[in-house]
Design a protein. Structure first.
Length: 409
């Protein structure tokens, strides 16, 4: 399943090859380039990261795409490509962030209860959501798993991961049954950066407080061996598993390669976190046989994740980034990032954006050579809403040749 090819449609190849040659001639490089928790929205680059939302910055109108855009083609022979090889074809991964039904409680139980995907009420609601996604032509979904460590993971007396609880596999079994029945591939996000938050206790459940796990070789090994590997082994090569994402936006926890969130008092170094990523990616490839990625918060940090054998890069974009040349992914072609794998836009506003509407966002990512785009979020949140069903349905219908994915054999 690993490895990528760049055999997109001929017109796409010619278009992007010409653009790539022009870029090379113009420049030698690119320097910039039940508790429901609100989605962490990144702050302005000059400010420390906070969990509160940032008001959208007023901006000029984005470029208007053509009504029938032609997606960029891959540079012949390059490892970067505008598609990802999956189910015996080169696919453009248009989709959504689910991103959870109950933040941190979809997989596993805790003192609040075990109401993850296996619970009949939750199962019915999730199945209805996936039914709707399928009707919109959505075939890839990003879904958070252990988030801040509040459920699913068991810890020993020293605070080190000792295993997974009895409900985790029940919830995964249910989730994957739903996904496969609706022909949807999942990118499972193993951890959220809130795993590194300073510990808080709410109604008998610890939220965050696990920096020590990632700060020590023993903790890393325990997390990968006792928590991740049992999942990779049980769901190895499962047809509904697209990939495993090591962590969502780790840059808010790194002292030398990001902006440390105010609720993280024990940040890691980039070297420490790369060790964790490498260990996890090796397990994903050798045991799960699936793709591996990481949820990069901002394009300026994407090159920190090169050399880790990721199968595709995932970068996020929100309105606050547009005024800054180092952050404005909206105006950057994927190949100009000079990354060695395809790039998926893992988060962007589904609605309420001053930069673009959903259709223009989808056109922009497609024509600029990205290999997929996942709107935030299918289950609407207060700031970025949810995707317009008519827009999503008509867009996927107009791009069936690259976004339609056949059912798994």
């Amino acid at each position: 399943m690993r490895g990528f090819t760049a055999h997109a449609a001929t017109e796409r190849m010619l278009l992007l090859f010409a653009v790539a040659l022009a870029l090379c001639a113009l420049a030698s490089g690119c320097d910039s380039a039940p508790v429901v928790v609100a989605t962490p929205i990144a702050p302005a680059p000059t400010q420390p990261a906070t969990a509160t939302s940032v008001a959208p910055t007023a901006t000029t109108a984005p470029p208007t795409p053509t009504s029938s855009p032609t997606q960029a083609a891959a540079t012949p022979g390059a490892a970067w490509a505008p598609t990802i090889r999956w189910r015996d074809g080169d696919r453009y991964l248009v989709g959504v962030n689910y991103p959870y039904f109950h933040y941190g409680n979809d997989f596993g139980g805790n003192a609040w209860g075990s109401y993850g995907v296996h619970d009949p009420t939750t199962y019915a609601a999730v199945d209805a959501d996936f039914t709707h996604m399928e009707s919109l032509g959505i075939h890839t979904v990003r879904w958070f798993v252990f988030t801040d460590g509040r459920a699913g993971i068991t810890f020993d007396a020293a605070g080190m991961p000792s295993g997974i609880d009895e409900f985790v596999t029940k919830d995964f079994d249910a989730a994957l049954e739903i996904a496969q029945r609706h022909n949807i591939g999942i990118n499972f996000v193993l951890l959220d950066f809130r795993f590194m938050y300073d510990a808080q206790t709410e109604n008998g459940v610890q939220l965050g407080g696990h920096a020590a796990v990632l700060a020590s070789p023993a903790g890393l090994q325990a997390l990968v061996s006792n928590v991740f590997e049992p999942l990779f082994r049980r769901y190895a090569r499962h047809p509904a598993v697209l990939s495993w994402e090591v962590m969502n936006e780790p840059e808010w926890t790194l002292r030398d390669a990001g902006t440390v969130h105010k609720e993280v008092s024990r940040p890691l170094t980039l070297a420490q976190f790369r060790t964790f990523v490498k260990l996890t990616v090796q397990a994903i490839h050798s045991i799960a046989g699936s793709y591996a990625t990481i949820g990069c918060a901002d394009m300026k940090w994407a090159q920190n994740w090169e050399g880790l054998d990721l199968d595709y890069y995932e970068i996020h974009f929100y309105d606050w980034m547009q005024p800054y040349s180092t952050d404005n992914l909206f105006s950057v072609r994927a190949e100009s990032l000079r990354l060695d794998r395809p790039v998926v836009v893992g988060e962007f506003p589904a609605d309420h954006s001053t930069v673009a509407g959903l259709r223009d966002y989808l056109n922009n990512w497609y024509t600029n050579g990205y290999a997929g785009a996942w709107a935030w979020s299918f289950r609407p949140d207060a700031q970025w809403g949810g995707p317009d069903s008519e827009v999503m349905s008509s867009w996927t219908d107009a791009h069936k040749s690259t976004v339609s994915i056949p059912p798994a054999p």
